[in-house]
Design a protein around this ligand. Structure first.
Ligand code: ADP
Length: 543
């Protein structure tokens, strides 16, 4: 027996069960009474015990990977807990990846069991012959004989019904792996990141701190971010740790479902990528529906930069605080969170919105550096731009069984590939990912800065700026713009250019503006600039 107290996921579950037994988990479920499934942490914990026994029964051993291929539901939440509680690793698989990436991930992780939602079975059925390590597919249903051609398929509820609700976790070390998540890697194969029990535990505590997301028993949290995207931004574990109620948006949530859930269940904190929040705003304007959002204290936006104009629209039209946060799969994922420091509270309104548009401050517990190309530290003066590096208790130390570790984890620091400036108060302003910057005549142009300016135009719904090849300057920016519904015919290039002209040096301005129906999105809803770059690689300005 060690003298040290290990930080383990089972303690998080134990706290939810013993201290908050009657707090609820509510899952949107079409056809159910009131459109939802609801139960308590007490009931959840008992079912997690059953699931731990069931995983043992299926032959899962300590350290084995157990995959999930599922929407945000209470059953997925049970898997989030059961795997680490019984000593296995919860591997959340992105349901929107290309088939070849899915095959790569499952084989690379060597998943032994995969939990699958019934409507997602067809995707895996087509790939099953290539998934070498999987011994059982557990279908997340109460149907005792699920209709699927997946080999060795078992019904989740039948499995649970046979298992005891008494379970004692095995002895574990806090450094043991508890979670595994792959980045959606816009170039090359996805990279896996394991989360230790210790990292998940400390990340949960950090997320609940007053100057981070401040989760508490008084909250009802709702992760719109999928449970397979970067550890669901910590929501499942952090909420359970403090006994916050959880709302799970279920299968294919659309903006209407999101609005209804917030209204009906008095959600206080929710989170998702900017695409979600732009979609919700657009839905509200187009449908003319109104909802009661008075319960919301924070709508967390992360995953890519959220334009100040969107933050402003949420505040002015809905009375809601859109809070900017930043992180990555490699960091469990939170690294910065935006809170206004007391001495900045009286800033003029415009400056306050600008500040809200920054990614915020590095959260307590982590260390951050800003470095130039040669790795020299740059001053935090709000001007100089460099790459952000991080280290700390929930920053991963490597990619899972991957030679690419050496490119990213150097001398104990995680190299984010994000180019930013940091102001004297410590607020981070991300310019771009290195690979999204436009390098014109040897000078960098930030695509994000241009996009943010263009999106502020009232007739613009979305905008992405990409590099196109240029004979003299090597690369020049091209703006790809999606007009709002009523402005498809009227919005033209001159209007867009005039709108941003005064805000940038002349050589920063896009060479051209193309109007498109929609910005292609990645599997987690970020702008897919790789697709746009391919589409416009032969683009001739004015041609
Ligand atoms: P993927 O690499 O598959 O996109 P992640 O969600 O882990 O998956 O991506 C992390 C990256 O997303 C960060 O390194 C950064 O480039 C970007 N990012 C995340 N949050 C923000 C934000 N608030 N503002 C700007 N960029 C962000």
């Amino acid at each position: 027996m060690t003298m040290h107290y290990p930080l383990l996921v089972p303690s998080i579950l134990n706290r939810a069960r013993t201290a908050f037994p009657s707090k609820e988990i509510i899952t949107r479920l079409e056809g159910a009474e009131g459109g939802v499934h609801r139960y308590t942490y007490r009931e959840m914990a008992a079912r997690v015990n059953r699931l731990c026994n069931a995983l043992n029964f299926l032959g899962v051993k300590q350290g084995d990977r157990v995959g999930t291929f599922a929407w945000n539901t209470y059953r997925h939440l049970e898997a989030y807990f059961a795997s680490p509680v019984m000593g296995a690793v919860n591997h959340t698989i992105n349901i929107r990846l290309f088939p070849d990436d899915l095959v790569y991930i499952v084989n690379h992780a060597q998943d032994k069991v995969i939990f699958v939602d019934p409507d997602l079975c067809p995707i895996l059925e087509a790939l099953a012959p290539r998934l070498e390590s999987v011994e059982h597919y557990v279908i997340l249903t109460d149907d005792p004989e699920p209709a699927t051609t997946l080999p060795n398929a078992v019904s989740y509820e039948s499995l649970l019904a046979q298992a005891s609700d008494q379970f004692t976790p095995p002895e574990m070390d806090e450094w043991d792996p508890a979670g595994l998540c792959y980045t959606s890697a816009t170039t090359g194969r996805p990279k896996g990141v394991t989360y230790s029990h210790r990292a998940l535990y400390l990340h949960s505590m950090a997320e609940c701190m007053a100057d981070t997301a401040a989760f508490s028993e008084r909250d009802t949290t709702m992760a719109v971010v999928p449970m397979f995207h970067a550890n669901c931004w910590g929501f499942p574990y952090s909420s359970a740790l403090v006994g916050a109620s959880q709302v799970m948006p279920g299968v294919r949530p659309d903006p209407q479902a999101i609005c209804e859930l917030i209204d009906r269940h008095r959600v206080t904190v929710t989170a998702g990528v900017p695409t979600i929040w732009v979609g919700v705003l657009d839905y509200l304007e187009r449908s003319g529906q109104s909802y009661d959002f008075s319960s919301l204290r924070a709508v967390i936006s992360g995953g890519s930069a959220v334009p100040v104009s969107v933050i402003r629209a949420y505040k002015e039209r809905l009375g809601v605080d859109l809070v900017h946060a930043y992180g990555m799969t490699e960091a469990t994922p939170i690294v910065t969170y935006n809170r206004v420091k007391t001495h900045l509270e009286d800033l003029p309104e415009d400056e306050k919105y600008e500040l809200a548009g920054s990614q915020g401050m590095v959260v307590a517990g982590l260390e951050m550096r800003l470095v130039d190309d040669e790795g020299n530290d740059l001053p935090w003066d709000g001007e100089q731009r460099g790459e952000l590096l991080f280290r700390g208790p929930w920053i991963s130390r490597e990619y899972y069984n991957d030679e690419r570790t050496a490119e990213t984890y150097i001398d104990g620091w995680y190299h984010s590939g994000d180019i930013a400036s940091v102001d004297p108060d410590g607020y981070v302003q991300i310019g771009d990912r290195v690979k999204d910057m436009v390098k014109s005549g040897g000078e960098w142009i930030s695509s994000v800065d241009l996009e943010t300016a263009i999106i502020a135009h009232p007739d613009v719904l979305e905008a992405a700026v990409i590099a196109i090849p240029h004979p003299t300057w090597v690369e020049r920016p091209l703006a790809c713009v999606v007009p709002r519904e009523g402005a498809r015919e009227s919005l033209d290039k001159a209007q867009v250019m005039d709108f941003i002209r005064d805000r940038f040096a002349r050589w920063w301005l896009p060479d051209d503006v193309v109007f498109i129906e929609e910005i292609p999105k990645t599997s987690v809803g970020k702008f897919d600039k790789k697709v746009l770059r391919e589409r416009y690689q032969d683009y001739v300005v004015g041609g």
